[in-house]
Write a protein that binds this ligand. Sequence first.
Ligand code: ACO
Length: 482
Amino acid sequence: MKSAILFSFIISRSSTILLLPDVLINAIYSFFEGLLYFACGIDVFGGLPVSNDSLTITDNRTGRTYELAINDNTIRANDLRQIKVDADDFGLMTYDPSFMSTAACRSAITFIDGERGILRYRGYPIEQLAEKSSFLEVAYLLNEGALPDQEQFDRWTDKIKNHTYVHTNIIKFLEGFRYDAHPMGMMLSAVSALSTFYPDAKNIKDPENRYLQRVRLLAKAPTIAAFAFRHSRGLPFVFPDNDLDYVGNFVNMTFSIGGRHKPNPVLQRALEVLFVLHADHEQNCSTSAVRAVGSSHVDLFSAVSAGVAALYGPLHGGANEAVIKMLDEIGSVQNVPNFIKEVKEGKRKLMGFGHRVYKSYDPRAKLIKRIADEVFDQTGLNPKLKIALELERIALEEDYFVSRKLYPNVDFYSGLIYQAMGYPTDYFTVLFALGRMPGWLAQWEEMLLDDDQKIARPRQIYTGSEERPYVPMEKRKTSVTA
Ligand code: ACO
């Protein structure tokens, strides 16, 4: 009986709909429809149970009301697609350029609370990992989900050491670059070139194969990075020494000349801590690039090279290089107030400040400041540090920065340390890439195992011209300004 009333109501709706304006008709009908559903014992919101963990939306174009489930403080954007003006409508979308408010995945790897300046890998506070863990331990943690016991760690380290060498053709490949090629350009090309050396990496459905490729890339990344460093300096390549630990081996491959490099344990540990601090940072630009490219099911090396490319940019990993250039340009502490004035006038950007997620002091920047003291104790003070400290002091007092919650990020002080260690400015982002490698690998694996994930393919709001007839060349008018 109830269903019959409902059915006749819906039929009568289609016959009357042409006589009144659409919006009015829809609103009136939605109201009565709602009452009818209610009378029929069906929930007003299209049959969904009304729950506290839900969002009720009224579409004012139609007067219809919808209930969307809220899970983890999030609604599913796809649920909005049921909101339509008519059956032919595609459904409502969200417009979120730069993904300011869009969660693209569920992830168990890294937790960030940007308001409170908290960063944890797999639940462990970054401060504790930086103090107590080696980089390879953190790489294991990110990829396996737990800290390794001694046996697991030894096996992991052994596997990495087995794969540190690169095919000799990689050497020829790197030698093809000009002497002044940017090392980050070399790094990203060499990482993607690895896919041609390991065609088996295409088999991304096999977990053992994926594991092998992740081990390979983590093991070979320092070798490639060191070769890029040596190439820029015209120095012969130094091959991996598998008796050394991960960071020690990398430092040896970069700095050893005639086997006479004496590692400084304080600087080496500082570099290791910097790698730990950079190891993952949830869905940042480069990680999102790895996930998006990897979602096409391309091999790991191609996917990670997209991450390296994204990191190269001055708004992301390239900022540490940009900070040093900025400090050089400022030149002395006396010029800081004028520089800040130009930033406030919108003429400049204070590089190494600001973050999409952190709206308080970046916890990594706090730790890096401490490392800087230890490093400068060994190397002598980097004269640019005074300028950096003055910039920070003034910026943290100025309303422009305070009101926008702009604080030093990971890149503000890291460049000064890298420079004191003897790395050239254009190499800083390569060091960042080495640190971020375990995060990219873990996020790639997690993405592939996530049943919710499909090929990444955002929508758009088309703003171009309507269909128009093709105009042959001879009939096209040349624009005066063209
Ligand atoms: N200097 C001056 N003003 C800034 C800065 C800065 N470094 N960063 C942000 N602002 C201002 C913006 O002009 C904007 O002002 P407005 O509201 O008057 O327009 C406001 O602060 C908000 O900035 P957005 O650009 O909207 O913030 P967003 O989250 O998009 O950008 C980013 C974050 C890219 C990191 C930005 O802060 C920036 O460019 N910083 C400098 C580059 C840098 O250090 N990048 C490294 C980031 S950490 C990392 O990738 C590892």
